[in-house]
Write a protein that binds this ligand. Sequence first.
Ligand SMILES: *Cc1c(COP(=O)(O)O)cnc(C)c1O
Length: 389
Amino acid sequence: MKYDRAERLTKLPPYIFIEIDKKRKAALAAGVDLVDLGIGDPDRPTPAVLLRALANASRNPAYHQYPLGSGLPEFRQAAARWFEGRFGVRLDPASEILALIGSKEGIGHLPLAFVDPGDRVLCPDPGYPVYNAGTLFAGGVPVRLPLLSSNGYLPDFGAIKDAHLKRARILWLNYPNNPTAATAPESFFKDAVRFCKRHGIILAHDMAYSEIYYNGAPPHSVLEAPGAMDVAIEFHSLSKTFNMTGWRIGFAVGRAELISGLITVKGNLDSGVVSSIQAMAIAALEAPPELSESVRRVYQKRRDLFVSGLRRMGFDVEYPKASFYVWARVPHGATSASYSSELLEKAGIVTTPGNGFGTAGEGYIRMALTAPEERLKIALERLKAFVAR
Ligand SMILES: *Cc1c(COP(=O)(O)O)cnc(C)c1O
């Protein structure tokens, strides 16, 4: 007897990272010392002050019961204060903010609230794979929006076919961008809001890297653009900002109607975010700015060290303005997959092939600055020897 998987699972694109993952596991099993720049998961621990807040909150019996749907009022108020302080946009904590079990959860669930079978969802390519997966699970059809270096990795709305536009329900954007590390100018968000208004599309912006920026230039929220509250929902995460990927908490902000659609989906699937983790998140959002500043400083030093080293070796690579990714073109004649495999086998460095994020990512590899400076220096030495061969 055989249990066939539902069609929605068979529609998922093949997992392109599988080959490099196999090689990585085999090398590790053979005792090879790998410098792992593959997965974008912060290597540093969650700040001690936040762990103390979690430990204290865990002793509150009120937090031992089911958390309520949209999050603790105190959490939503703290998120509203943080948001206004950071972006100058005032939100109603009661209707315009929703706690999420990590922003990935909300991103994946949003189409269940607003996409019917056959509807189109505009997804950046290369992009975070969850935009596609969530669309497919809802029966929607992902439409690729190529992000090209010639266009600053911003999508060209004018290039979208009318047939897709007519049925488009959601436009996904993600700045600072994973995997390209691009940022978007304010004028682009204004254009995106106008575009979504004209065509009746939901503007869904993933801002997981809002606080990982360099040279003192904080990225803008899409909600700062005029009229954005009419069309937009924005996803925020504490994961990257506070080294909290393991605790699973994020939040969505934006038009109340969009937030409430997502609440309806979640209310039927989960019972909210662990309350003591919401308390930990309040401590993070209310922490002095030095806390996220210290996280940024670590990545800035790594970025400067690693990217300057790559450039000296002749790699075609920009200094990221934000995020902790380095998006590098592979040398002429190589593909994303072949180069990534070679780096693993001959230099002991794990990278992510760019085509795993979509066909427009072909010709690139992504390296995550989630390894200490000593390891990045070793990676540079190995690369130097590899390139010299
Ligand atoms: C890491 C990441 C997320 C998800 O973060 P959570 O841990 O689920 O909050 C969302 N979008 C992008 C682009 C990411 O890289």
